[in-house]
Write a protein that binds this ligand. Sequence first.
Ligand code: ADP
Ligand code: ADP
Ligand code: MG
Length: 657
Amino acid sequence: MFNKILIANRGEIAVRVIKTCRRLGIATVVVYSDADADSLAVEMADEAVHIGAAPAAQSYLVADKIIAACKQTGAQAVHPGFGFLSEKAEFAQRCADEGIVFIGPNPGAISAMGDKIESKKFAAAAGVSCVPGHIGEIADTAEALTVSETIGYPVMIKASAGGGGKGIRVAWSRQDVEEGFPAVRAEAAGAFGDDRIFIEKFIESPRHIEIQVLGDKHGNVVHLFERECSIQRRNQKVIEEAPSPLLDPETRAAMGAQAVALAKAVNYDSAGTVEFVAGQDRSFYFLEMNTRLQVEHPVTELITGLDLVEQMIRSAAGEKLAFGQDDLAINGWAIESRIYAEDPYRKFLPSIGRLVRYAPPAEGEKGAYTVRNDAGVREGDEISMYYDPMISKLCTWAPTRIEAVQGMARALEDFHIEGPGHNVPFLAAVMDQDRFVAGELATSYIKDEFPDGFSGTEPTAFQADLLTAVGCAMQRIQAQRLGRARSDWTVVVGHGKQRVHLSGEGSSLTVDLLDEGRSLQLTDIAWRPGLPTFRGVLDGTAFTAEVAPAPEGFVIRHRAAKARVLVLTARSAELHDKLPAKAPADTSKLVLSPMPGLVVSMDVAVGQTVREGEVVCVLEAMKMQNILRAERDAVVKTVNARPGDPVAADQVLVEFG
Ligand code: ADP
Ligand code: ADP
Ligand code: MG
């Protein structure tokens, strides 16, 4: 076994690997860029080596610097995490040449599977069912059209070197191929330095189901069952679970057997994932193999009790797998929510900035469910524009799926983040949807359920009561401090208005809803002025709400329902009615920056006439390019940003006359 391991990664996954090494008594070294000098991973590791500037191309992607750091610290092995160098066969080979153990599969397996075209050829030969399509490189748009017509629309145009949901486009028609083929090719050349493209059938409304495999250097390979990752935006996963609600034991066994066959065909000797798309009828087709630890590996750990990082380390050190397929079984159900610094209210665009507040739910057993939170950040840390905007991975485990879903909904209530925009309310909305609860998943889920984007949910009957009760409790606690506790109020929630009578002592409150003739019991109140979360039990149900002061009242959010709540005297309620409604500001003549980022190009000039749909400017953040287009025909009045300028969210970039 190794004495010292170097982790060639950052953030959450670096912390994750350190935790296992500590448990195994292995010393750790992390490498870090300028942006990560004060990171949690650097704080936790036994040693840390600075390897360069913030952009990954100058630090985490530079093999020479990683190898030098191993030599300098005497690390015997490298864990690459995911992303960065994890799927670069040349890096794995380079480690071997330098006498350093790469904690991952052998270079041959990486190169066989690292490329989508090559891996499909391998998979077809190993008897794995593949998506119908053209397994080969496409030369030009003319060939792309011929191939697409042979396969039949819709088709998917894909970069062979693609990953992370980039370099993929669906084409429904000739025109889509004519536009899409050159676009994907250009994107692939830019993002992966490799413009080889292939085309396969687009399976409509499929599910993403993947099999975790694990091998050793002695020819043994087992599978650790499946994960379903159908909840995606931009072809990237947001919510994953294990097992899949779709699979029956026969399909699971068939997929597992194919995944193991493919792994054996390439002498796979570490943890890896064989991804499939599956039809609602449980037909399934191979997509690609990821030759690394997967972001969503914790759900597999939660249902199998295995530590996948430990297993990778043991295999890399030459140990045999300590179990066979028959020793493995699924225990319970696990769900993972990726907490991202992205704004669900603005098309999930990345959001960056300092974590002014970062308070995750406590980990461990919570009665019916267990909470695990894998994070690489602390309060006060910065989510930077240089890397993936993931803040943490929140998992719940329970004996049954419904308990795991309900546990996740509760755990999300207790996740409090301030600073960058984040997707916690969105994740909470999904957990509360009947369709999600029923397990009727598809990769189109987010598009199907949020066709106009996400704007929060209407309060349920319980949430409407909660908003009223919490508003009253906060008002009363504040008033008591000032020695002015009154009992009769009018509560305004959105457009609704009701008269209430409050009574109670200490941490209990009774709210009589005078117009409806019923009462709410709020007990176990835990809140004091200034606290951003309000905990309590309403009519027997425990909850946490996010609260903030607002003019004349409060803004209260429970899960995805958010409202302004005013607690007024009868007299001010009357005055409130007479206030004119404020018209929203007119922004139709402005092009606003939808996110913080850098201006890549400004495509218009003052005085220019633009047509609807024409490109106004291009912004970049977190390696995502965002093209801003004119929403109508107009004449440019002012231009307020130039290429290279950093811009804030909502900053005015261009004004039309
Ligand atoms: P998973 O299937 O485990 O979710 P993803 O495909 O989303 O994996 O990628 C995991 C991580 O690796 C993400 O941080 C993603 O941005 C990064 N990544 C994946 N493929 C590439 C690639 N070809 N180039 C750069 N980064 C990549
Ligand atoms: P990446 O390397 O970016 O992870 P994948 O090939 O795994 O690329 O595809 C990413 C996602 O795109 C899948 O999870 C699935 O949702 C969707 N997808 C990929 N190929 C197809 C296909 N042929 N039909 C339908 N959806 C697909
Ligand atoms: Mg994939």
